[in-house]
Design a protein around this ligand. Structure first.
Ligand code: EPU
Length: 416
């Protein structure tokens, strides 16, 4: 329940990255030795991934934001129902294949933000010598030996983030050299590569479109601190701007946020950077800007919905084009309930901004759409009820607590 109209003010600390920690947790399966991961965000997706690791035989201990995993003896078959529920869990496939030379997981189900196939992941495993079969809803990769090779991971929407992580993890224990071309350049891929290197892997080029992995016989235990979540940071930055507030993000990585910060500046938002602290405030009138989502270092699809809310409260017309996922506009019809004027034309949303928003009951459909609805509720006059907030808990640590700390009137209430 949100009572809107209060500008956000104060400081908020950014948590560890969801999309980095999930494949990093999966990477712990590559060694029998203990691993320690720090700055682990308290998210339902993380708890879910911990359950998946346990179901594979790993010992997992989560203590505050520190996670210990020891995958001494593991099996190569993931629990059907557990894996099916979370798309991110597909990244256990690369580590299982690397370590055991076999991996069986349930096919990730259809997803609300688009089809989300895994053909590129499988193409990568095949290039390393794995045979892929699909049976009874399970996909199985198996190899006598994994042998390094050249793999092209470009797809219709650029590369694949988890696919790049998956192939990198399998190739870490393959024989010889693997060259991944058209690799995803996202900071989360770099974080996974850094963790793998601290385990003894030989990976160079992560963060560029060409990644070279020289296989090693064995990986050892390691400690790692997860990078700050650039999408969580972008969400609070956009919430500060949309509510006409002033918020300092602590512990962020502004160097991972260029595309979002650049567009915010173009829109007339003031963004000041001091080391890892980033202060966001309004700088007079807002201006509409056009946005196209792209692979990194372009504007992230994961911040598209939140940016749309800022444009909805900005007088003028802006066009937001989604190029990564085909149906990632679920928030549009819900924003309309609050009074936003947005039309969808193919892959673009035409936002006629500046109409005052007023509170209403709305339904969260996926993680980032939910974040957008919360920001919209914070800017709207009156009360907004966001239903199905479990979507938010998948990817935002303590979002209601953090927003309250910034002065928001937001309460979590049980659905009646
Ligand atoms: N694609 C294929 N074939 C594949 C894999 C992907 O065609 O084998 C297509 C997808 O359909 C999509 C595009 O390639 O059109 C990019 O998908 P990608 O594989 O990069 O997405 P992902 O790795 O499954 C991660 C994040 C998403 C984020 C995307 C894009 C995790 C757990 N998830 O997904 O995060 O939107 O990269 O940056 O890392 C979120 O956090 O809200 C979220 C959805």
């Amino acid at each position: 329940m949100i009572k809107g109209g209060v500008p956000l003010h104060g400081e908020v600390t950014i948590s560890g990255s969801k999309n980095a920690v999930l494949p990093i947790m999966a990477a712990t399966l590559l060694t029998a030795e203990p691993c320690v991961i720090r700055r682990v965000p308290n998210l339902s997706d993380v708890k879910f991934m911990a359950e998946i690791l346990k179901s594979l035989g790993a010992q997992v201990k989560l203590d505050g934001d520190t996670l210990q995993v020891r995958a001494e003896k593991i099996k190569g078959v993931g629990d059907y129902e557990l894996i099916r529920k979370m798309r991110g869990s597909v990244c256990i496939m690369g580590p299982l294949l690397g370590r055991l030379k076999k991996a069986t997981v349930s096919l990730p189900g259809g997803c609300i933000i688009g089809a989300r196939p895994i053909n590129l992941h499988l193409k990568g495993f095949e290039a390393l010598g794995a045979k892929i079969t699909v049976e009874a809803g399970y996909v199985r990769a198996q190899a006598k030996r994994l042998v390094g090779s050249d793999v092209f991971l470009g797809g219709r929407a650029g590369s694949t983030v988890l696919g790049t992580a998956n192939v990198m993890m399998a190739a870490a224990l393959a024989e010889g050299v693997t060259i991944i071309e058209s690799a995803a350049c996202e900071p989360e891929v770099v974080d996974v590569a850094n963790f793998l290197n601290s385990m003894g892997a030989k990976i160079i080029g992560a963060g560029s479109p060409t990644i070279t992995v020289t296989g090693v016989k064995e990986l050892h235990g390691a400690e790692h601190e997860v990078i700050p979540d650039r999408i969580e940071a972008a969400t609070y930055a956009l919430a500060a701007a949309a509510t006409n507030g002033k918020v300092t993000l602590l512990g962020a990585r502004p160097d991972h946020m260029h595309a979002v910060l650049d567009k915010m500046r173009d829109a007339g938002v003031k963004v000041e950077r001091r080391g890892t602290a980033l202060t966001v405030s309004r700088n007079g009138r807002l201006k509409p800007v056009d946005i196209t989502t792209l692979p990194y270092s372009g504007f992230p699809t994961d911040a598209q919905a939140q940016m749309m809310v800022l444009m909805a409260v900005t007088p003028g017309i802006s066009i937001i084009t989604e190029r990564i996922f085909e149906s990632r506009f679920m928030h549009v019809s819900e924003l309309a309930r609050l009074g936003a004027d947005i039309e969808i034309e193919g892959p673009s949303a035409i936002v006629k901004g500046g109409r005052p928003l007023s509170g209403a009951p709305v339904m969260a459909s996926d993680l980032r759409a939910s974040a957008a609805l919360v920001i919209a509720g914070l800017t709207a006059k009156g009360a907004t009820q966001v239903n199905r907030v479990y979507h938010l808990d998948r990817g935002y640590e303590n979002i209601d607590g953090k927003l309250r700390q910034l002065g928001a009137r937001i309460e979590r209430v049980e659905e009646t």
